[in-house]
Design a binder for this molecule. Structure first.
Ligand code: G1P
Length: 292
């Protein structure tokens, strides 16, 4: 079983963000600010903290600003330097991925998450890799992907993060069929994408962080459309499970689903409240708003 280190991550960012319109009409949803930085920034930071060295963004039309965000902003840097704003400049530079550490590949048609991941196959090659769904921002002392990478060093195979959801919400997610608990991990017996409540094998949802073996690309190549008429990653993982073990890691931190308007608001408030410099002021503002 492959225990090669996980060095590369796929970030599918081709989605249209229709649930956040009109904000996403000309701006990628991944670039909408969550307090003081775009949502995608948090997700790339989480990947970095797990030791990821190469980021593969699966993009689409109108997503060029993501590419620019992870590049040097020459004029901005020169201006900050000329004005002596060295702290800001250092922060911007520290956030920049290493030269050559980002790849961008286009998903030419919205055929589903499975298809988006498959679009990264040539850049990933023959090694295990991570997938991070940027709608989900996760906050924890040990970041979610770092905990998964740690577990992967021991068990190898495939690992996905899961979280409990209220039973009435299972049809919005991929849901796993859990087997035996093994330490921090749960052996997986199956999974299903967006099941009806009556058919759901548990209330453990697939929460948007995966470590997968490269054989997933063979399964994706053959995968027929499933739930919602889309090529689903969950269906291809179920196929891969026939030959390669899957474990679930229950995530115990906080998850912010920025796929909706209120989800953005919740995330922005939480990260604002947690900001060392502005947290106290954010609290005052929120309390005053609530008092009316
Ligand atoms: C995707 C996955 C699903 C997962 C969810 C997490 O669904 O297909 O298995 O539970 O992300 O957000 P989507 O939200 O793209 O419909």
């Amino acid at each position: 079983m492959s225990k090669k280190p996980v060095r590369k991550a796929v970030l599918p960012v081709a989605g249209l963000g229709t649930r956040v319109l009109p904000a996403t009409k000309v701006m990628p949803k991944e670039m909408l600010p969550v307090f003081d930085r775009p949502a995608i920034h948090y997700v790339v930071d989480e990947a970095r903290a797990a030791g990821i060295e190469h980021f593969v963004f699966v993009t689409g039309r109108n997503k060029a600003s993501i590419e620019d965000y992870f590049d040097t902003a020459y004029e901005l840097e020169m201006t900050l330097e000329a004005k002596g704003k060295t702290k800001l400049l250092e922060e911007l530079r520290a956030d920049l991925p290493a030269p050559g550490a980002c790849s961008f590949v286009r998903q030419q048609a919205p055929l589903g998450l499975g298809h988006a991941v498959w679009c990264a196959r040539d850049i990933i090659g023959d090694e295990p890799f991570a997938v991070l769904l940027p709608d989900m921002i996760m906050r924890a002392e040990t970041p979610c992907l770092a905990a998964m990478a740690q577990a992967h060093k021991v068990t190898g195979g495939n690992i996905i993060a899961v979280e409990e959801v209220p039973m009435e919400e299972v049809s919005s997610y991929g849901i796993i069929e859990p087997g035996q608990r093994k330490g921090d991990l749960i052996e997986m017996r199956g999974m299903v994408e967006k099941p009806a409540v009556a058919d759901a094998p548990s209330n453990l949802m697939i929460s948007g962080r995966y470590i997968l073996q490269p054989e997933i690309f063979d399964a994706l190549e053959e995968q027929k459309p499933g739930a919602g008429g889309e090529i689903q990653l969950t269906d291809a993982m179920l196929k891969l499970m026939e030959t390669s073990p899957f474990h679930a890691l229950p995530f115990t931190g906080e998850t912010f689903d920025t796929g909706s308007k209120t989800g953005y608001l919740r995330a922005a408030a939480a990260f604002g409240l947690g900001d060392p410099e502005h947290g106290a002021e954010v609290r005052r503002i929120l309390e005053a708003l609530l008092k009316g």
